[in-house]
Write a protein that binds this ligand. Sequence first.
Ligand code: IMP
Length: 210
Amino acid sequence: MTRLSGRLVIATHNSGKLWEMRELLAPYGIDTVSAGELGLPEPEETGATFVENAELKARAAAQASGLPALADDSGLCVDALGGAPGLQSARWAEIGPGGPRDFAAAIEKVEAAIRATGAEPPYRAHFISVIALARPDGAVESFEGKVDGTLVFPPRGTLGFGYDPIFLPDGLKRTFGEMMTAEKQAIPADGSPALSHRARAFQAFAKACL
Ligand code: IMP
């Protein structure tokens, strides 16, 4: 697969993800433009897996723009909930179908669902991210990253986005909501695994494509 150069579309309408992807790409000097900035429509996430959804988002943006496009599909998977909200992580935050998102409400929903199972803490969970790169000629590659941790209630911290304030990564005392993006996303210079699921997927992507 040829290395990336020139302009790259970041195929997301999620400002938190866009910020993180731009930070991850910054050291490579790649010129980025987001799907939102190009006025591209947000495709419906009809895939049955994170890989399928990441690839359909990347492919749609590459086709519409004529540029290589990078998409992330990610989610929070809670053991006590059989992996939910998982692929539905963004949907659990929607106020009405397709409506605006309220993550404080989504976090309450996760807590209520866990309590309803009678599960005892620690509440094991992981975040998954699949990053897909699509080329305008239709070629697609994807890369997965995962981070294990536990969920804490009440939520802690106001940094980050989505479910960050309830996710405590293994081995650390602060939730993702109590960390600057730069710390959550840092890519260690010695090649050891990064902290976040997205940064881990990015490490695999960077090794193959940058
Ligand atoms: P999607 O990939 O657009 O379907 O959305 C995934 C959803 O998972 C996001 O809207 C967030 O709710 C959640 N999510 C994914 N990654 C993160 C993260 O790094 N922190 C917090 N929430 C996340």
